[in-house]
Design a protein around this ligand. Structure first.
Ligand code: FES
Length: 541
C-alpha cells in the first residue's frame, strides 16, 4: 500500500500513514490534540492547519465556508477535510490545539464526615473514585476506612481527539474500538502516578466507583452507543453495574470490584445521580433545583416526595464552541467581562493577555451588552455607534489585540449572541417545564445548586440578568464545583450512601421535553434575554 510521511510543526511530530488518511486522522494517531468540535464532520471549522509543503486534496465546500480568503491564500486547510497526496509538512497554529482546560476536581460543598467504610468492606484499604466527564476526568484515591481523600487528579479526557462532544464520539465509536482503550490507558497511567506520589501501588486499590453521563458510561463499558444519538435515546443498560475492574482493563488489585451507579435515563447519567446525592448533604430542606450545565445540561427538581429530571440540548456555546473567538477555560481565556459604555475591562485566566473568551466570559459579555443597551432583550445588536460590521456581521470589540505577545482582536458577534440565546433558552425551558409539571413557581425553590466547572466560575448576577438562572436571592444559590466527584467518593466509602444513590435513580422520573405539548412555545419565550422570577412555573391549562 502506498504511504505518505506527514510532519506536524512546530511540535516536530511525524508519522507514515496509508494513502487516504486525512490530516485529522494522522494527528489523532500521533496524539496531537487538534480541536475537532464536530468530530471531523467539517461543520465546526476549528481544525485549521497550514500546509507548508506537499500536494494535498482539492479544497472542499466546507473549507470555502470556514476559511477566509487570506487563510486560503496562506495555505490554510481544514485538517478533517484534507488528504495528503504526497509527503507533507504542516504548521499547526496555537489556536486549534486543544488547550488544557482548568479542571475542577474539588467540590465546594461540605463533604460529609463519618461515612467510613468499616461496615461495608473492612478488608479494603484503598478505593478509587472516578468522574468520567465528556471534557474532563477526575480521580480520587480514598482511604476506605476513614473516608479521607488521599490524592486527587484532574485532566482532559483523551477521547477529545475523537470529537469534543458525545455525539461526535458516538458516531465514531461503532467503527472505532480505540475510544474505550484510550480512556482506560490514560486512567491506568494516572492511577500509577498518583499512587506512587503517596507511596502506594495500584494493586492496593480494592474498590472503585466510576460515574459519568450515559455516553461516557457506555463507552467505558464498551456497550453499544449508536442508539444514544437518536430519540428516544435509550441506554443499553440503566441499572447499577458491579464487575471486576480488570474486565474493563483497569490495573488495580487482582479482584478489585468496579461499581457503576445506575443511570436515570436518556442522557442523564450516574454523574447526575452522584451530584444529587452530594447535594443531599446541604442544609436545605424543601424543594431544590440541581443543574449541571454543559453541552447537554441535566436538571433535577428534588422535593421530599419526588425527583424529576430533564436533559436539555444546550449546545457547546458555554464551552466556547460555535463562538467566533470562543475557547475553553484555559490560560488566556477571558473569564470575566465588565462593560461601562464603551470601556471594556476583562479578567483572564492566568492574568495574561487574552487569547479568546470562555463560557463564563461569554455569559458576562452578553449580560453586559444587555445592561449597556448594546443589544436589546431580543438579542439584536442595535447600537451602530458602539458596534461595527465585519464580514457582513455586526460585532462588538471586546479586546483590540495589536499582535504583540500573540494577542489578537477579540469580538462578540451577533451570531455569538444568538448561540448564547439558544443555549440559555434550552436551559430555561428545562427549568420552567420541571416547575410547571409540579405546579411550582420559581419563588418556591429553596435552593438552586449549580454543579460542574462552568457553573463554578460563572457570575450568578450575569446568569440571572439574561435568564439563564431564575431571579432569586444570591443566598439561595450554591456553586458546588465537582459535585459528581464528591458523590462518587460518598458511594465508594459508604454502604448507606451507595444505597441512597440506588434510591435516587429509582425515584427519579425523566421528563421528555420534546413530547411536551407547549415545548415550542416555552422555548420561544425563553429566547428573550431578561430575568425571570415569580410569574413563571405556574401550570396553565
Ligand atoms: S471542521 Fe470540525 S473537525 Fe474539522
Amino acid at each position: 500500500m502506498k504511504t505518505h510521511r506527514i510532519l506536524f510543526q512546530p511540535m516536530g511530530q511525524r508519522g507514515i500513514f496509508p494513502e487516504g488518511t486525512s490530516i485529522l486522522e494522522a494527528a489523532r494517531r500521533l496524539n496531537i490534540g487538534l480541536l475537532n468540535v464536530c468530530g471531523g464532520n467539517g461543520t465546526c471549522g476549528h481544525c485549521k492547519v497550514q500546509v507548508v509543503s506537499g500536494a494535498v486534496s482539492d479544497r472542499t465546500q466546507e473549507e470555502e465556508q470556514f476559511l477566509s480568503p487570506e487563510e486560503i491564500e496562506s495555505g490554510f486547510r481544514l485538517a478533517c477535510r484534507t488528504i495528503p497526496l504526497e509527503d507533507t509538512t504542516l504548521q499547526v497554529p496555537a489556536e486549534p490545539l486543544s488547550a488544557p482546560q482548568r479542571t475542577q476536581v474539588e467540590c465546594r460543598i461540605a463533604y460529609p464526615s463519618g461515612i467510613g467504610m468499616a461496615a461495608f468492606n473492612p478488608s479494603a484499604p484503598m478505593g478509587l473514585a472516578m468522574d468520567l466527564g465528556t471534557t474532563k476526568i477526575a480521580l480520587f484515591l480514598v482511604d476506605l476506612e476513614t473516608g479521607e481523600t488521599l490524592a486527587s487528579q484532574g485532566w482532559m479526557n483523551p477521547q477529545i481527539k475523537y470529537g469534543e462532544d458525545v455525539i461526535s464520539r458516538i458516531a465514531l465509536s461503532d467503527h472505532d474500538q480505540r475510544m474505550q482503550k484510550t480512556v482506560v490507558n490514560e486512567l491506568n497511567s494516572w492511577i500509577q502516578k498518583i499512587t506512587k506520589d503517596i507511596g502506594r501501588h495500584p494493586e492496593d486499590i480494592q474498590q472503585a466507583v466510576a460515574v459519568g453521563n450515559t455516553a461516557m458510561h457506555h463507552l467505558f463499558l464498551n456497550l453499544p452507543v449508536s442508539q444514544l444519538a437518536k430519540a428516544p435515546y435509550v441506554p443499553a443498560i440503566k441499572s447499577e453495574v458491579n464487575i471486576k475492574a480488570r474486565e474493563v482493563g483497569l490495573k488495580l488489585a487482582e479482584n478489585a470490584i468496579l461499581h457503576l451507579p445506575p443511570l436515570i435515563g436518556g442522557f442523564i447519567g450516574s454523574d447526575h445521580v452522584a451530584a444529587i446525592l452530594a447535594s443531599d448533604h446541604q442544609q436545605s430542606t424543601g424543594t431544590r433545583l440541581i443543574l449541571d450545565i454543559g453541552t447537554n445540561t441535566e436538571i433535577s427538581l428534588v422535593a421530599p416526595g419526588f425527583i424529576s429530571s430533564v436533559s436539555c440540548a444546550s449546545g457547546p456555546a458555554f464551552e466556547g464552541a460555535h463562538i467566533r473567538h470562543g475557547m475553553r477555560g484555559a490560560e488566556g481565556a477571558m473569564e470575566h467581562v465588565r462593560i461601562n459604555n464603551c470601556q471594556v475591562d476583562v479578567q483572564t485566566i492566568g492574568d495574561i493577555p487574552p487569547t479568546g473568551i470562555c463560557g463564563s466570559g461569554i455569559l458576562d459579555a452578553v449580560s453586559q451588552l444587555l445592561e449597556n443597551g448594546i443589544i436589546d432583550k431580543t438579542g439584536v445588536m442595535k447600537d451602530p455607534g458602539r458596534t461595527r460590521i465585519r464580514n457582513n456581521e455586526r460585532e462588538f470589540v471586546l479586546f483590540s489585540g495589536d499582535g504583540a505577545n500573540g494577542t489578537r482582536e477579540i469580538t462578540l458577534t451577533q451570531k455569538d449572541v444568538r448561540e448564547v440565546q439558544l443555549a440559555k433558552a434550552a436551559i430555561q425551558t428545562g427549568i420552567k417545564a420541571l416547575l410547571q409539571n409540579h405546579h411550582l413557581t420559581v419563588k418556591e425553590l429553596s435552593q438552586v445548586l449549580v454543579a460542574g466547572a462552568f457553573g463554578n466560575y460563572i457570575d450568578l448576577e450575569s446568569a440571572k440578568a439574561i435568564g439563564l438562572l431564575p431571579m432569586l436571592p444570591s443566598s439561595r444559590f450554591v456553586q458546588m464545583g465537582n459535585a459528581a466527584g464528591a458523590g462518587a467518593r460518598m458511594i465508594l466509602v459508604s454502604a448507606l450512601e451507595r444505597k441512597k444513590s440506588l434510591e435516587i435513580a429509582a425515584k427519579a422520573t425523566l421528563l421528555e421535553l420534546a413530547v411536551k405539548p407547549d415545548f415550542r412555545k416555552l422555548f420561544m419565550e425563553s429566547l428573550v434575554l431578561e430575568p425571570y422570577a415569580s410569574s413563571v412555573g405556574v401550570n396553565t391549562p
